[in-house]
Design a binder for this molecule. Structure first.
Ligand code: NAD
Length: 333
């Protein structure tokens, strides 16, 4: 499957040029996260619709609003749909575009670090319903992704942490030089390089397995435990913080199972301490409750979960782990 074309810039003027080149003279709509309207001054001639989004409105109602705008603007399959925002907006716009007349042309412009290094890439999209997060979705590769690091100037520390943890994940999975760029006094001075290298790791994995039958599952490093922490804490623990603890637990398991050099964990732990991120989490739910949550994970069948570990940096492995064994590690250490 063809992956997205990606262009990089580090200021909004260059982004504007890239965006107009993509649109050309074609019929288009731009869906903009309304929180960005004061940050980004888009040309008034563009066909812009501000969308109020957050995790609680990441549902069918918002999708229906997006579809209605696309019909009202007489879009067809050759029209261009542009989504500017974080992972919530790109998931919603990605889904709405993939299902509108079976797919128009999509350009994503991620405005969060998490979006730039992860959520905008790979074509996964989705929205939440009463049965859980991202339970409805499609695989739909954007034609274009425009990454502009000027967006990061207005991003909160918490949102930057959510993204940088995904870049550390990319470093552990496929490129140790990413870790060298992050484990410094101020990783923001290296951010353009960190983003490019993280995207490259994700794209190499995607090229081999876009529909997540095997290798793409590597990208779940830290996420099985991370999602459990997010749910157990009723989402009071942020995604990045939860995944960070998930990665750390995974490194501990890998030390026991594969004699992973304990420096890998220590360096990561030092980074978390420097960023005042937590390195442990005490579950409040009992074992049966946690078992029920984990059983709903898309990667579980017959009480066995496909769990990602690294044997060494750049050497990920997928193992079958019984959920009782995983819960034992999480609850009793
Ligand atoms: N499809 C995928 O492969 C994939 C991968 C990872 C995460 N996700 C999804 O991404 C979502 C999380 O994405 P996110 O972390 O980007 O969160 P988000 O989209 O909710 O953005 C976080 C907050 O930052 C604001 N914001 C966005 N850009 C900003 C900027 N430049 N300056 C200031 N504020 C800005 C947003 O309005 C929002 O309030 C989740 O719903 C998750 O399911 C999808």
């Amino acid at each position: 499957m063809k992956l997205s074309e990606i262009d990089y810039s580090n200021n909004f003027n260059d982004l504007d040029i890239d965006l107009k080149n993509f649109i050309n003279t074609d019929n288009h709509v731009v869906f903009l996260d309304s929180n960005l309207s004061s940050i980004l001054n888009l040309d008034e001639n563009l066909n812009i619709f501000e969308i109020d989004i957050n995790e609680s409105t990441k549902g069918l109602e918002t999708i229906q609003k997006l579809w209605a705008i696309m019909f009202d603007q007489s879009l067809d399959r050759n029209s261009k749909v542009i989504g500017i925002g974080g992972g919530v907006l790109s998931d919603l716009v990605g889904f709405a575009t993939s299902t509108f007349k079976r797919g128009a042309k999509l350009c994503l412009i991620p405005s969060t670090l998490l979006g730039m290094v992860d959520a905008a890439h790979g074509g996964k999209n989705g929205f939440n319903n009463d049965y859980g997060k991202n339970q409805i979705g499609t695989f739909f590769i954007p034609e274009k992704i425009l990454i502009c690091s000027e967006f990061l100037d207005s991003l909160s520390e918490n949102e930057l942490n959510n993204g940088i943890i995904e870049s550390i994940k990319a470093g552990l999975l496929g490129d140790r030089t990413i870790l060298d760029l992050i484990y410094v006094d101020n990783f923001m001075k290296n951010i353009d390089e960190i983003i490019k290298k993280s995207v490259k790791v994700k794209n190499i994995i995607l090229q081999n397995d876009i529909e997540e039958s095997n290798e793409r599952m590597f990208l779940n490093l830290g996420h099985t435990i991370g999602h459990l922490i997010e749910k157990d804490s009723d989402f009071s623990v942020s995604h990045g913080q939860a995944v960070a603890i998930g990665i750390l637990k995974g490194l501990e398991i890998a030390e026991t199972k594969y004699h992973l050099d304990n420096n890998v964990k220590h360096q990561f732990e030092d980074f978390l301490n420097k960023k005042s991120l937590k390195t442990d989490y005490k579950f409040s739910g009992d074992i049966n409750y946690l078992k029920e949550i984990i059983s709903n994970d898309k990667k579980v069948s017959n009480d066995v979960i496909k769990f990602v570990l690294i044997q060494d940096i750049e050497k990920p492995i997928l193992i079958d782990l019984h959920i009782n064994d995983l819960l034992e590690v999480l609850i009793n250490g």
